[in-house]
Design a protein around this ligand. Structure first.
Ligand SMILES: C[S@@+](CC[C@H](N)C(=O)[O-])C[C@H]1O[C@@H](n2cnc3c(N)ncnc32)[C@H](O)[C@@H]1O
Length: 283
């Protein structure tokens, strides 16, 4: 790629997906977009001209998806899932014992390992959760990845990375050399395409939000904006989880680190404005 084309792709991806490409990622653009160009019978520079012309939304989506990093695995980093069963679930089940409703959002779910890990943990607690309505909404910018997540079909390699054998045995069925998540677990997760740069308020309020290993690729302004907006979608006593190398500290006042649990954040709620007293004083 020429310096001009590379500068265009950097700007283009930042605007469309938030991805920040450093100067050392030319090889990545060539490796990922080369095949996209060839499939469209274009050279890389012709592909970039087509993107600049901006007349093909399908091509935009293909390019954005080709540049995503979809690495994920079951029970990734383990600790967040311990926080889930040891802190988030018990606290929220006590707090929501009247309405018996919980809403969980995996905000960049990739091929589904994260929401399915949560679903398996919930399924293990079916007795305690009898009569509860628990929703897991899982979203990602890449529609092809969302389709794969929905299908719930994983390779031997995928299920060998971090998935304890008892979860494999209880929740998957072998199909030739692959493993499919059983329907009861699949049906617990609603997968939807969603770009975090766009408005996600219509998803509603959540008790728990996992947003792991996606904001690391974005610049500070995008991180601040997304964290602030996720804050608005999180219940006042809700929880927020980022990746092992990520933090909200210095980026957003919407969440504060949990005093005992590393990597877990809690919604901070500003004290309500003393509107009544002000009005009374004026009156
Ligand atoms: C590295 S994966 C993380 C998956 C999972 N959360 C985990 O930690 O294992 C990052 C995911 O973020 C998605 N992504 C990238 N930009 C996004 C955006 N603007 N909105 C929503 N998802 C995005 C990618 O498609 C990719 O599947």
């Amino acid at each position: 790629v020429t310096p001009t084309d590379y500068a265009f792709i950097q700007r283009y991806l930042k605007e469309r997906s938030g991805l920040i490409l450093g100067e050392d990622k030319r090889y990545l653009v060539e490796a990922r977009l080369g095949p996209v160009a060839r499939a469209a019978n274009l050279s890389l520079s012709q592909l970039i001209q087509a993107l600049a012309a901006g007349r093909d939304p399908a091509l935009d989506q293909t390019v954005v998806e080709a540049m995503t990093i979809n690495e994920s695995y079951f029970f990734r980093d383990k600790t967040p899932f311990d926080h889930f069963t040891e802190a988030m679930l018990p606290e929220l089940m006590a707090a929501r014992r009247m309405e018996r409703r919980l809403r969980i959002w995996c905000a960049a779910c990739s091929t589904g390992q994260e929401p399915y890990s949560l679903a398996m943990l919930l399924a293990e607690r079916a007795t305690q959760l009898a009569g509860w309505r628990v929703e897991i909404v899982a979203t990602d910018i890449a529609t092809s990845i969302i389709d794969r997540a929905k299908a719930g079909l994983f390779s031997q390699f995928d299920v060998q990375r971090g998935l304890p054998i008892k979860y494999l045995m209880n929740n998957f069925t072998q199909e030739e050399d692959k493993w499919r998540v059983n329907a009861p677990i699949r049906n617990m997760v609603q997968f939807r395409p969603l770009n975090l740069l766009r408005d996600f308020a219509p998803l509603g309020q959540f008790d728990i939000v996992f947003c792991r290993n996606v904001l690391i690729y974005f610049d500070e302004a995008a991180k601040r904006d997304i964290l602030t907006r996720i804050g608005r979608q999180t219940q006042a006593d809700g929880f927020f989880v980022m990746g092992a190398a990520e933090t909200t500290v210095g980026l957003s006042g919407a969440f504060a680190p949990h005093p005992q649990r590393r990597g877990l954040f809690q919604r901070t709620v500003a004290a309500p404005a003393p509107a009544f007293r002000q009005i009374a004083a004026v009156g």
